[in-house]
Ligand binder design. Structure first.
Ligand code: ATP
Ligand code: MG
Length: 590
């Protein structure tokens, strides 16, 4: 069926929506693909839903190809399974919770590990039933703290989630590798430039985990790459820890007056003035900065945590959050300082910190703070710092934490060279869950010896609606959207540019022939001016735009490539074949 612009349920907008920060959001709204219904919640209009269905088709084909079976679970779910795994609480304010008329607790599913685990437990009981991979393409709900960028971070969004079930670790590895290969195919077909990076597994639990990130300046994730092939989400970067140094022979710690040193820079300047080193000047990296936070656990308990990091680095809040999840950290308030007099604001030193110390305050340090390293740090007295404080001699942290910022040029943890930083959009996430969910929900099967064993699982997500935005982000230009063929709502946009009956007839005839050949066509048959129609064609972004206009009198029709901007005048009797070849990818000129 030919879709006519005169009938299509769409209005393009001249103005950017006020809340649009990124191109994909701006163009998808302006071109009439989506409309905002509420913050982070969008309505799909006819053009938009066609792109979404195309993404779904690609995902479905590649999931089917690895033998995963499609199912569909409800989005409205009972509390009990999520209670059993602890996630009812752990998900915190991100979970949409609601009550039914009898007062029963429900939630809108943010991800479905529990439900799939229970379904397999219901139906299967033997190792002979495994391996098994199930998937769905389904609407998810998360009450995101900061819904943003239209479809990129919604509160309602479409996800493909799949789950694998295996009897042993080797089986899980195989299922994981199969998913990984399917994801490579999916993201190649979406035409995205992406990287596969080591990831944190977050609230899911589990171990081995990788993310597929679309490389994008507007992405919310930062990742690192080394020349030798190391790649990781910045959250997952493990700092290369130096070897411990000998403690014997290190000078004794000494406290010095360091008035008016509110910042690391002022401290370093005063140190160089008053306590100069003989080998080299003091540097920010010689100082140990102790950042104090209040951590709220999932059970609501609030405990202070001090993090010691080299003074030349800042705490990276996303890395910190990833480490503490599901607990959350906030800055220490003046009221908090009053409750913990051991902590002298601005002069916190590690001598009074650690579970073993008198204060009992938990103290975690950056991995660079290895035993034997010497530091300038707070003396726990206002206006004074301590010098030559040696880790492992003068203070004992409770452990290490990966909370310091990662910087370009830092060494890759595997020795594969200096790290480069870039930004990306998380498109997919695969991880080996292991037995956490199966254990919590009692998913066991009989093994070949007749013994009950706990099943091991993997969990794999693709952001389907996010992919629509990510591709738009990557392909749009200053005129509008520009879809790759596999995702375009229509392959060919035929513009009747002129009011002449011959033009209208020729355009309609070409559209009909393309439609008969199975090619999706959008025909602009409106009474609007050619200028309006061209602008709409540009903003809407079909890959091929055909202009049937004045040149018809000279026997030609213009064929435009939306992405390259190339325009060709093609003889009227050749244009159909030419379009056929372009759309089917057999046109050498395309
Ligand atoms: P993020 O770190 O971006 O919040 P996540 O790690 O919480 O994502 P997963 O639980 O791994 O997300 O979900 C699987 C996939 O679903 C993600 O890789 C992403 O593509 C997509 N996704 C997650 N949250 C959203 C959202 N709020 N809006 C749109 N897509 C999302
Ligand atoms: Mg993720």
């Amino acid at each position: 069926m030919i879709t006519r612009m005169s009938e299509l349920f769409v209005r393009t907008l001249r103005e950017d929506p006020a809340d649009a920060e990124v191109p994909s959001h701006r163009w998808l709204v302006r071109a009439g693909y989506i409309r905002r219904a509420a913050p982070g919640i969008y309505t799909w209009l006819p053009l938009g839903i066609r792109v979404l269905r195309n993404v779904e088709r690609i995902v479905r084909e590649e999931m089917d190809a690895i033998g995963a079976q499609e199912v569909s679970f409800p989005a409205l779910l009972p509390r009990e399974p999520y209670e059993a795994t602890g996630r009812w609480t752990e998900y915190g304010p991100n979970l949409f919770r609601l009550k039914d008329r009898k007062g029963g607790d429900y939630l809108l599913g943010p991800t479905h590990e529990e439900m799939f685990t229970l379904a397999v437990k219901d139906l299967y009981s033997s190792y002979k039933d495994l391996p098994l991979s199930l998937y769905q393409i389904q609407t998810k709900y998360r009450d995101e703290a900061r819904p943003r960028a239209g479809l990129l971070r919604g509160r309602e969004f479409v996800m493909k989630d799949s789950y694998s079930f295996d009897i042993d670790d080797a089986g899980l590895q195989k299922s994981y590798d199969l998913h990984r290969s399917a994801y490579v195919k999916i993201f190649n077909r979406l035409g995205l430039e992406y990287v596969i990076v080591a990831a944190m597994s977050g609230a899911m639990g589990g171990s081995a985990s990788e993310e597929f990130l679309a490389v994008a300046e507007n992405g919310e994730d930062t990742f690192v790459r080394s020349p030798g092939g190391y790649a990781a989400n910045v959250e997952a970067v493990r700092t290369h820890a130096p070897e411990p140094l000998p403690i014997e022979g290190a000078p004794a710690a000494h406290v010095e007056d360091t008035p008016d040193t509110p910042t690391i820079e002022t401290l370093v300047a005063v140190a160089n003035q008053r306590v100069p080193r003989d080998d080299r000047p003091w540097q920010a990296a010689d100082t140990l900065k102790n950042v104090v936070l209040m951590v709220t656990g999932v059970d609501g308990t609030r405990t202070p945590l001090v993090i010691g990091i080299p003074g030349d680095r800042e705490v990276d809040l996303k890395r910190l959050a990833a480490q503490l999840e599901p607990a959350e950290a906030e800055p220490f308030t003046d009221a908090d300082f009053e409750r913990y007099p051991a902590l002298v604001k601005g002069y916190i030193g590690p001598q009074v910190l650690g579970s073993e110390s008198e204060s009992g305050i938990r103290y975690l340090v950056d991995p660079r703070v290895t035993a034997g390293t010497r530091w300038v740090t707070g003396a726990n007295e206002s206006g004074r710092h301590v010098f030559d404080l040696v880790a492992g001699r003068d203070f004992t942290p409770d452990g290490t934490i990966e909370a310091a910022e990662v910087r370009a040029g830092d060494p890759a943890p595997d020795g594969s060279g200096p790290l480069q930083l870039a930004r990306g959009i998380e498109m997919g996430h695969i991880f080996q869950l292991g037995r956490k969910y199966a254990e919590a929900l009692g998913l066991k099967v009989l093994d070949s010896n007749g013994k009950l064993v706990t099943v091991t699982m993997g969990s794999y997500g693709v952001g389907v609606s996010r992919a629509v935005a990510a591709v738009a982000e990557a392909t749009s230009d200053d005129k509008g959207l520009a879809w790759p063929r596999e995702l375009a709502p229509f392959q060919v946009h035929v513009v009747a540019a002129g009011k002449d009956e011959t033009i209208l007839l020729a355009a309609a005839d070409l559209a009909r022939r393309l439609d008969d050949a199975g090619i999706s066509v959008l025909l602009d048959d409106r009474k609007a001016s050619p200028g309006v129609k061209f602008a709409d064609a540009e903003i809407m972004g079909m890959p091929t735009v055909v202009v049937v206009g004045k040149s018809l009198a000279e026997g030609t029709i213009e064929v435009r490539d939306r992405t390259t901007g190339q325009r060709d005048n093609v003889a009227v009797d050749e244009v159909f074949e030419r379009l056929l070849a372009t759309v089917r990818g057999t046109d050498a000129a395309a």
